[in-house]
Ligand binder design. Structure first.
Ligand code: DQA
Length: 139
């Protein structure tokens, strides 16, 4: 099973950025743990701060991969274009957030993407990504 993890803007700074909200692990460190935990899955990771590059990645893998775990960062709350890309591809997309966006500022309470996704996971720290994977592998 091929699962693509995509991180959007500012998530390259995990472990450095607002540690009280996002924790002190880099995604690269966590990704090694995820790969070790799921030796039978092919997990791939992509990060971009650029909206169009996230869309290009969704198009590239979205017709051949079995699922996508997407943390679109702030684009979650703004991007019609990423919502359209999710709707256009075949692979199911799980929207994930490290923080509980519903406990935070009101502008984070609305997702432009959620209606095009299979489901949404928020608030479990880095474990949100693992829960996203679990939701894709459970039939
Ligand atoms: C985030 C929540 C977003 O509101 C924020 O813009 C992010 C990270 C999260 O993982 O909690 O960049 O998606």
């Amino acid at each position: 099973m091929n699962i693509q993890i995509i991180n959007g803007p500012n998530l390259n700074l995990l472990g450095v950025r607002e540690k009280s909200i996002y924790g002190d692990s880099s995604f690269e460190t966590y990704f090694v743990e995820l790969q070790a935990r799921y030796p039978n899955l092919t997990l791939t990771y992509y990060q971009s701060n650029v909206e169009g590059e996230i869309i290009n990645k969704l198009h590239e893998i979205g017709f051949s991969y079995d699922g996508v775990v997407l943390n679109a960062g702030a684009y979650t709350h703004t991007s019609v274009a990423i919502a359209d890309a999710i709707a256009a591809i075949k692979a199911p997309v799980i929207e994930v957030h490290i923080s509980n966006v519903y406990k935070r500022e009101e502008f984070r309470h609305h997702s432009m993407l959620a209606a095009s996704c299979k489901g949404v996971i928020a608030g479990f720290g880095m474990d949100s990504y693992r829960l996203g994977i679990e939701s894709l592998i459970v039939k």
